[in-house]
Design a binder for this molecule. Structure first.
Ligand code: URA
Length: 244
């Protein structure tokens, strides 16, 4: 059971005060009857709540994809910079966290949710979800370097045992040159180490000039989203992540 005003607030309908006014104005119905009190209790999983003629479908958790622009940090709070949560305008961002981080200068797909269980399972080392990056490079890349990236490279990490911690096998394919004539590769990783893509390219004597995440598991960055725009994940996308 949940208070009606809390339910409406969680759905991003408005502030407490706005919700109070909506109820007063008779635009909220519960099971076909106009709600009289914002603090009435509803069974959020079974009651039908209609707001201005639209059924509000109960969602236990919220899931978004954001096309992260550069200069925005993948944190929930930051004293100085704009955070990814600041970009989810008009949404109730309480409890939302990004699934993993992108560097401040990295762009592209970032999933945000308040489903802690899903975040944990997508990032746990045993089930680490595939992540694909579009990588624009300072220097031409050779097929032998592509092979090295696929087989695993030494990025300076050391295991507890003292051995070198070589990166796990990855997938790498060469893309078309970009508009500046730079080599572009698509690199798919099955782990998520700090600055991993940049450090992997450094390990083969190259340098990342531009980095964008284009896919996580089966979820592909929506090409309709401009930088800074976001949308809810579809049920299919949510299921694909849960079944990863
Ligand atoms: N690898 C990086 O180096 N940076 C990112 O933001 C993501 C992966």
């Amino acid at each position: 059971m949940k208070r009606l005003d809390k339910f409406l607030g969680d759905q991003g309908i408005g502030t407490r005060k706005e919700i109070k006014d909506y109820v007063k104005n008779g635009v909220v119905k519960v099971n076909g009857i106009v709600a009289k009190k914002p603090d009435m209790h509803i069974d959020e999983e079974n009651d039908e709540v209609v707001f201005m003629g639209q059924i509000l479908v109960y969602e236990k958790f919220r899931y978004y994809m954001l096309n992260k622009p550069a200069d925005v940090v993948s944190a929930t709070k930051d004293g100085k910079s704009i955070t990814v949560l600041n970009l989810l305008k008009n949404e109730n961002v309480k409890g939302l966290s990004p699934v993993g981080r992108l560097d401040k200068d990295t762009e592209g797909l970032l999933i945000l949710t308040d489903d802690g269980g899903l975040i944990h399972s997508l990032l746990s080392p045993t089930k680490h979800v595939d992540k694909e990056y579009e990588v624009h490079l300072e220097h031409e890349i050779s097929s032998s370097d592509i092979k090295k990236l696929e087989e695993g490279v030494d990025i300076g990490d050391i295991k507890k045992s003292g051995e070198k911690d070589i990166t796990l096998p990855a997938k790498c394919r060469l893309g078309e040159k970009d508009e500046k004539g730079r080599s572009v590769i698509y690199l798919t990783l099955h782990e998520g180490r700090f600055h991993q893509v940049k450090r992997m390219l450094e390990a083969v004597g190259n340098k990342v000039e531009y980095l964008k995440r284009v896919r996580m598991g089966a979820v592909i960055l929506d090409s309709n989203l401009d930088f800074g725009e976001y949308r809810r994940l579809t049920l299919e996308e949510i299921e694909s992540l849960k079944n990863n």
